[in-house]
Design a protein around this ligand. Structure first.
Ligand SMILES: CCCCC/C=C\C/C=C\C/C=C\C/C=C\CCCC(=O)SCCNC(=O)CCNC(=O)[C@H](O)C(C)(C)COP(=O)(O)OP(=O)(O)OC[C@H]1O[C@@H](n2cnc3c(N)ncnc32)[C@H](O)[C@@H]1OP(=O)(O)O
Length: 213
């Protein structure tokens, strides 16, 4: 008995009481996209110190405007087609999470979870290449979706990763994950990130375990 199941249920139930207004989500997603651009410019901008101080003050005012409306609870997670969880605040796929790339995942007829994406400077590890932790995050999440699509969701119990070659920044990448074996509460999922030359840059095997109630 881990208690994790009950804790997750409580959070889900609280969040499920909220209606998701798609028009509002679209406007918030637009805001998140603009904040992502801003985040990249915090690293790249050549503005002088006066300009940086002025922009900082403006951002402070904008933050205060949003805070004035009060803070609610994060928008709920929904299970969509093929068992893909639509979690608006997810750090991987969350349209409203400015730390998320964000990555769109779809499930094929054979249960493979797939995604195509380009990772920019915010996800840099070695100069010019994707941070290994970011690759791990993406493969973990994609694999979780594949386990769910298989009808055997769970929490990541293990993620065995091999970095085959550096994953380049700023070019189209793809990734795929598929449940390959179920053993009681354990689901084993194989996944990979594929570079523009069609070769795998990172490969993983993950184990998902449904927590005991
Ligand atoms: C409302 C409830 C929802 C429940 C489902 C939860 C999520 C799924 C929902 C949606 C998924 C959709 C999209 C995916 C999204 C995200 C993916 C990322 C997910 C994460 O970001 S998630 C965060 C990181 N994750 C954790 O925070 C886990 C912390 N941890 C624990 O909560 C426990 O650790 C737990 C529950 C994992 C297991 O605990 P436990 O007590 O139930 O089970 P136990 O340890 O006894 O293991 C049972 C059998 O598995 C074997 N075993 C254990 N580990 C193994 C390994 N690595 N390799 C091979 N075998 C292994 C043992 O050897 C034994 O084998 P045997 O039965 O043969 O003896």
């Amino acid at each position: 008995m881990t208690g994790a199941w009950a804790a997750m249920q409580r959070v889900f139930e609280e969040r499920e009481r909220q209606e998701i207004d798609e028009g509002r989500v679209a406007r918030l997603a637009e805001l998140a996209a603009r904040v992502r651009e801003l985040s990249e410019l915090v690293i790249l901008s050549q503005a002088d110190e006066m300009e940086i101080a002025a922009v900082t003050r403006e951002i402070e005012l904008l933050t205060a405007r949003l805070a004035a409306a009060g803070r609610g609870i994060p928008p709920s997670a929904e299970v969509g087609d093929g068992g893909v969880v639509r979690q608006l605040g997810s750090p991987v796929t969350g349209l409203l999470n400015t730390l998320a790339p964000p990555i769109e995942i779809r499930i094929g007829d054979d249960g493979t979870a797939r995604s195509e994406f380009t990772l920019g400077l915010l996800y840099e590890g070695p100069p010019g290449f994707v941070h290994g932790g970011v690759s791990a995050m993406i493969l973990d999440h994609l694999s979780g979706c594949a386990a769910s699509a298989n009808g055997t969701p769970g929490m990541t119990a293990g993620l065995d990763l091999r970095y085959r070659r550096p994953t380049p920044l700023g070019v189209p990448l793809s990734a795929e994950a598929k449940a390959v074996r179920v053993d009681g509460r354990k689901t084993f999922v194989d996944s990979r990130i594929i570079g523009p030359d069609g070769r795998a840059t990172a490969e993983a095997t993950a184990v998902f375990i449904m927590p005991t109630r």
